[in-house]
Design a protein around this ligand. Structure first.
Ligand code: SAH
Length: 205
């Protein structure tokens, strides 16, 4: 997985490559799909949601440029896999999931597998987590119709927001860096995520 899916496609951050090799992805994949846990694709995790393709997890993580001391917010816990990856690269991870069932399953697996610097929260992550802000990095693993301004507000200066923006069919992953004044916004690649549903995302239903 690491050589063919990540290195060959240009993932270069050695810390990201190591953690992608170390974290047992199959633990986060439902039994039914475990045989395909390291395949080059997203997989169903229940509630109509998916665990992202390994390459997508790697490139989003690389975009954060974590050094080890950061506090990071993930929006869209899903299986808990991305949170596990982040937890080995930062000092503290908060992750928000709107589905109670997914959040509690992720919490159990993260505990079992020994990732203890992660807090899983049930709620609408499109509003961020103001109480614990500011963050060095925010990563949104669901697609938003536009950039939720509150998320930029919850970043430190120099902090990064990694977020897919678009409609359900056409999305672009953005890497935004909060500057003293304004924001630097770079397009990373085209992508396809499940929708971010909430106050600053899409309406449910
Ligand atoms: N990062 C996950 C993949 C997440 S899929 C992993 O590693 O497995 C996207 C997740 O975002 C879904 O579980 C979905 O329920 C959740 N989601 C969508 N809108 C949300 C919101 N407003 N707040 C929190 N979670 C949300």
């Amino acid at each position: 997985m690491v050589q063919y899916q990540l290195v060959n496609r240009g993932i270069q951050d050695e810390r990201v490559l190591k953690v992608m090799a170390d974290v047992a992805r199959h633990m986060f994949v439902p039994q039914l799909y475990r045989h395909a846990a390291y395949d080059d694709c997203p997989l169903p995790i229940g509630e109509g949601q998916t665990i992202s393709q390994p390459y997508m997890v790697a490139i989003m993580t690389q975009c954060l440029e974590l050094k080890g001391k950061e506090t990071v917010l993930e929006i869209g816990t899903g299986s808990g896999y991305q949170a596990a990856i982040l937890s080995r690269l930062a000092s503290r991870v908060y992750t928000i999931e709107r589905h109670e069932t997914l959040a509690s399953r992720a919490k159990t697996i993260l505990k079992q597998t020994g990732y203890d610097n992660i807090e899983v929260i049930v709620g609408d992550g499109s509003l961020g987590l103001p109480d614990k802000s500011p963050f060095h990095g925010i990563i949104v693993t669901a697609c938003a119709p536009r950039v939720p301004v509150c998320l930029l507000d919850q970043l430190k200066t120099g902090g990064r927001l990694i977020i897919p923006i678009g409609n359900p069919y056409n999305q672009v992953l953005h890497r935004m860096v909060k500057l003293e004044k304004g924001v630097e916004d770079r397009d990373i690649l085209e992508c396809a995520f499940v929708p971010l549903i909430g106050e600053e995302g899409w309406k449910p239903g």
